[in-house]
Design a protein around this ligand. Structure first.
Ligand code: ARG
Ligand code: GLU
Length: 717
C-alpha cells in the first residue's frame, strides 16, 4: 500500500512505473502474462482454468446480464445470481400494490412459479480472438475507419455463418487493437427470487456508494433453453439450462489478505483522459449534470414520499437517476482530493520528456499539447451534448412518447402501404400502457418546470427564446414563461394523459399531423430537440472523432515508450478480470474502514419509519437469536466485505472468486472514496464492495425458507 503522498512523489520522480499493482481490468485471453503474479499473491489456479477455448473454464459460468450487469451460474440447472439492483426493473415489473415484491420479496417454490421476463437476455462468451492484424489488412492503417469497418463486417459474417452465435468486433485502446467476441445469447431468463427491499436495497440511496455497507444486493434468475440445451425464445416447453460450468460456493473462513478476483463485464473507464479534459469534468461537466439531477430528484423524491403508488411507479427510475448522480458527486470530490489535474500534468510531462529521447518517438512529442488545446477550444460541444442528454433522456418523461410518435409519422406511408398501420398502432398502445403504469403527470410537470429553466440557461438558449419579447427579460419572467407552457402541456397535450393519447392513436389518419402541430407538448419538444439532435449531437460526434484519433496516437506512445509498465485497455463492456485481495482501507485522515460488516451492524442501523433502514421484525429476531446456521464465522454473520479490486459500473453482480475460483460473494459497488477510479486508480483507497455469498445463502435458506435453491448449489466447506 502506498500512502498518497508517497504515491504522488514517486509518480513525480519516476514518471510511469508499475506502482499501480492492483490497477487494471485484464483481457482473459491475455491472462497467461499475469498468471505468475496472481499465483504469487495466492491464486491456486492456472490461466487456463479461468479462460480456455479448449475446455470448460470459469468463463463459461460468467454471463452478461441484460446488457448492463454481470451474473454467474451457480447450479447445474441454470440458476443465476446477480445483484438486486440489476434485477430491479424485472422485480418491479412483476410488482403491483397487491403483489408488492419490492416490499415483501418473492421466492418461486418450484419452476412453475419462475416468471418470464420479455426482452431480458443473458450472454456467455464462447471465445475472444485478437483480430487486430486482420482488421488492418489491406487498409491505409489504424486511422482508416472505412477500411477497418469493411473488414469488420466481412469477418463478423464469416464467423457467424452456420452457427447460432452472435459475433462482435470491438476497438480497444482507441483503435490500437481489435478483438472479436463470439457470444451465445440466452433469450429466456426467468425470475426466481428476491429478498425484500429492506434487505436487497438496505441503506437505499443513503448508503449507496458508501462504506460501511449492509446491503443484501442479490436476486435470483434461471436460464431456460430449448430441448437441445441451446438458446430459444421464451416457451412453456423450454427447460432449465445445463451449463458447461457453474461456480462452487466458498465457505472457507475469510480474512484480510485473502486473494480475490473479480470476473465480469466492466462498462467504461477512461484512464487516459488528459489534464484539460479532467479539469472540464471536475469543474464544468459533472457539476452541471449533478445540478440537473438535483432538480429532477427533488420532485421525484417528494412524490415518492407522499404516495405509495408513486413510490412503486418511480422506484426504478429514481434509483437509476440517483445512482449516477451520487457517483458523480463522489468522483468530483475524489479527483479534487487526489489533485487529479496535477497528477495528469505530471504524467504528461514525463511522456513529453520521453518522446524527446528518440528520433522515432518524435511523433508523440506534441500529441498531448494538441489534445489539450483541442479540448480547451471545443469542450462546449461535449457540454451541450451532455446537457441535452440530461434533459431529453433523463428529464421530462413525456418526451419519450413524442419520440415514438415521430417514428410513426416518419414511416406512416410505408406502414399504410404494407398494411401494417393497425398493428403498429396497437403496439404503440401496448407500450404506452407500460409507460403510463409508471407515470405521474404531476411529477413529470415538476421535472419539466425545474429542468427546462436550467437547460435553457446551461445551453445559452435564453437569447433565442426571448428575442421576440419586447420588455427586458428577468428570471421571474422566464419562470412564468415556463410555467405557462407547463400548464398547457400537462393540461392538454395528448402525451401527458393516457386517455388523450389512446384516443389520438385510435383516430390516427393523415390529418393527425395537423393536430399534432397544434399540440404544445409535441411542438415544444420538436422545437428544442431538433437543434439538439442536428447540432449538439453532431458537434459532439465530430469533437469525439477528433479527440479519439489523437488519443489513439497518445496511447500507442504509452505502449511503445513505456513497455515495462502494466498496460490494460480501458473497460468497454467486454469480459475482464481484475485481482487483488480482501482488504480494508483508510481513505480519510484519522479514520479506517475495517474490511467486513456483520448482521449485528445491520441491526444497529435499524430505524423505524425510515424506508432506507427499516428492518423486518423477522430479521431482528433472527439476529437476536444468532440463528446463523452454517453461514457464520467466529460467532458473526458477515454481510459485506471490501477488496482492492479495480472495478466499475457493469461489474455489478460479478462474482468475487477466491484462490480456487470459488464464489466468495457478489460485487455490487465501490466505496465513495474510490469512485474516481474510472479516471485515476489509487491502490491505497480504491475498494470494491461485495455482499458475502454466505449471507446471500443465509437470506435464502434461513430468512426466506427457500432452501431448495441452496440445495441446488455446490457448497465447498
Ligand atoms: N452504486 C451501485 C451501482 O452503481 C448500486 C446502485 C443501486 N443502489 C441504489 N441504492 N440505487 O450500480
Ligand atoms: N453498482 C455498479 C454497477 O451497477 C457497480 C459499482 C461500480 O461502479 O463500481 O455496475
Amino acid at each position: 500500500m502506498y500512502p498518497l503522498k508517497t504515491l504522488l512523489l514517486s509518480l513525480l520522480l519516476s514518471g510511469f512505473q508499475t506502482l499501480f499493482a492492483d490497477e487494471g481490468m485484464l483481457l482473459p485471453l491475455l491472462l497467461k502474462a499475469f498468471e505468475s503474479d496472481m499465483q504469487a499473491r495466492g491464486m491456486k489456479l492456472t490461466a487456463e482454468d479461468i479462460y480456455s477455448i479448449n475446455q470448460a473454464s470459469l468463463k463459461d459460468a460468467i454471463l452478461q446480464f441484460g446488457g448492463g450487469c454481470t451474473a454467474e451460474l451457480v447450479s447445474g440447472q441454470g440458476l443465476l445470481l446477480t445483484n438486486h439492483h440489476c434485477g430491479y426493473s424485472q422485480i418491479q415489473s412483476h410488482s403491483s400494490l397487491e403483489h408488492d415484491y419490492l416490499k415483501n420479496g418473492y421466492w418461486a417454490r418450484n419452476t412453475d412459479e419462475e416468471l418470464p421476463n420479455p426482452g431480458l437476455t443473458a450472454m456467455r462468451i464462447v471465445r475472444i480472438e485478437d483480430v487486430t492484424e486482420a482488421m488492418l489488412q489491406g487498409t491505409k492503417g489504424k486511422q482508416d475507419k472505412q477500411g477497418i469497418e469493411a473488414n469488420m463486417k466481412r469477418w463478423v459474417e464469416k464467423t457467424k455463418a452456420g452457427s447460432h452465435y452472435e459475433v462482435e468486433i470491438k476497438a480497444f485502446d482507441y483503435g490500437n487493437a481489435y478483438y472479436m467476441m463470439v457470444k451465445e445469447v440466452f433469450l429466456d431468463v426467468r425470475f426466481v427470487g428476491t429478498p425484500p427491499n429492506s434487505i436487497g436495497k438496505f441503506g437505499g440511496d443513503t448508503d449507496n456508494w458508501v462504506w460501511p455497507r449492509h446491503t443484501g444486493d442479490f436476486s435470483v434468475f434461471r436460464i431456460y433453453v430449448g430441448k437441445d440445451n441451446k438458446p430459444a425464445p421464451y416457451s412453456k416447453e423450454n427447460v432449465p439450462y445445463a451449463p458447461l460450468k457453474h461456480l462452487s460456493i466458498s465457505f472457507k473462513e475469510r480474512k484480510e489478505g485473502d486473494f480475490t478476483m473479480v470476473y465480469g463485464f466492466p462498462g467504461l473507464t477512461e484512464q487516459h483522459v488528459v489534464s484539460e479534459y479532467l479539469k472540464f469534468i471536475i469543474e464544468k461537466e459533472r457539476p452541471a449534470r449533478i445540478a440537473m439531477r438535483d432538480l429532477s430528484l427533488a420532485v421525484i423524491d417528494e412524490g415518492m414520499r407522499s404516495s405509495e403508488l408513486t413510490r412503486i411507479q418511480y422506484s426504478a427510475k429514481q434509483a437509476s437517476i440517483a445512482n449516477a448522480w451520487k457517483k458523480w458527486i463522489g468522483q468530483v470530490e475524489g479527483l479534487k482530493n487526489l489533485d487529479g489535474f496535477v497528477v495528469k500534468q505530471r504524467e504528461e510531462a514525463a511522456y513529453r520528456k520521453m518522446a524527446e529521447t528518440k528520433l522515432e518517438w518524435k511523433k508523440y512529442a506534441d500529441v498531448l499539447d494538441r489534445l489539450n488545446e483541442l479540448i480547451k477550444a471545443k469542450k462546449n460541444a461535449e457540454f451541450d451534448y451532455a446537457m441535452g442528454v440530461e434533459y431529453f433522456y433523463y428529464g421530462p418523461e413525456y418526451f419519450k412518447l413524442v419520440r415514438g410518435m415521430e417514428e410513426l409519422i416518419q414511416n406512416y406511408e410505408k406502414y399504410l402501404e404494407k398494411g401494417e398501420l393497425k398493428q403498429v398502432i396497437e403496439k404503440m398502445k401496448t407500450s404506452a400502457d407500460l409507460f403510463f403504469k409508471n407515470y405521474n403527470a404531476q411529477v413529470d410537470k415538476g421535472i419539466y418546470k425545474n429542468q427546462t429553466n436550467a437547460y435553457f440557461k446551461y445551453t445559452n438558449q435564453w437569447a433565442a427564446i426571448t428575442k421576440n419579447v419586447k420588455y427586458s427579460v428577468t428570471a421571474a419572467w422566464f419562470e412564468s414563461y415556463v410555467q405557462s407552457k407547463a400548464d398547457i402541456i400537462y393540461g392538454q397535450s395528448i402525451f401527458t394523459d393516457k386517455a388523450r393519447y389512446n384516443a389520438f392513436l385510435d383516430g390516427f389518419s393523415v390529418k393527425s399531423l395537423k393536430k399534432l402541430n397544434k399540440d404544445l407538448g409535441y411542438t415544444f419538444f420538436n422545437q428544442y430537440f431538433a437543434p439538439f439532435r442536428n447540432e449538439s449531437a453532431m458537434g459532439y460526434r465530430n469533437f469525439q472523432t477528433e479527440v479519439s484519433s489523437l488519443m489513439q496516437l497518445y496511447v500507442e506512445g504509452k505502449y511503445v515508450m513505456f513497455p515495462n509498465e502494466k498496460h490494460w485497455p480501458d473497460a468497454n463492456s467486454t469480459l475482464r478480470i481484475t485481482y487483488g485481495q480482501l482488504e480494508g482501507s483508510a481513505p480519510i485522515d484519522g479514520m479506517a474502514y475495517t474490511e467486513h460488516t456483520t448482521l449485528n451492524g445491520m441491526i444497529a442501523k435499524n430505524k423505524t419509519g425510515n424506508p432506507d433502514f427499516e428492518l423486518a421484525p423477522r430479521m431482528i429476531q433472527l439476529a437476536a437469536d444468532k440463528t446463523y446456521g452454517p453461514y457464520g464465522q467466529d460467532g458473526e454473520l458477515w454481510v459485506c466485505f471490501t477488496g482492492s479490486n479495480h472495478t466499475t459500473g457493469g461489474n455489478s453482480g460479478s462474482p468475487v472468486l477466491d484462490d480456487q475460483g470459488h464464489l466468495m460473494g457478489l460485487n455490487f459497488d465501490r466505496t465513495w472514496e474510490s469512485t474516481m477510479s474510472d479516471y485515476l486508480f489509487d491502490p491505497s483507497r480504491c475498494r470494491n464492495v461485495v455482499v458475502d455469498i454466505r449471507y446471500v445463502l443465509w437470506v435464502m435458506d434461513i430468512y426466506a425458507g427457500a432452501s431448495h435453491l441452496v440445495k441446488e448449489m455446490t457448497l465447498v466447506r
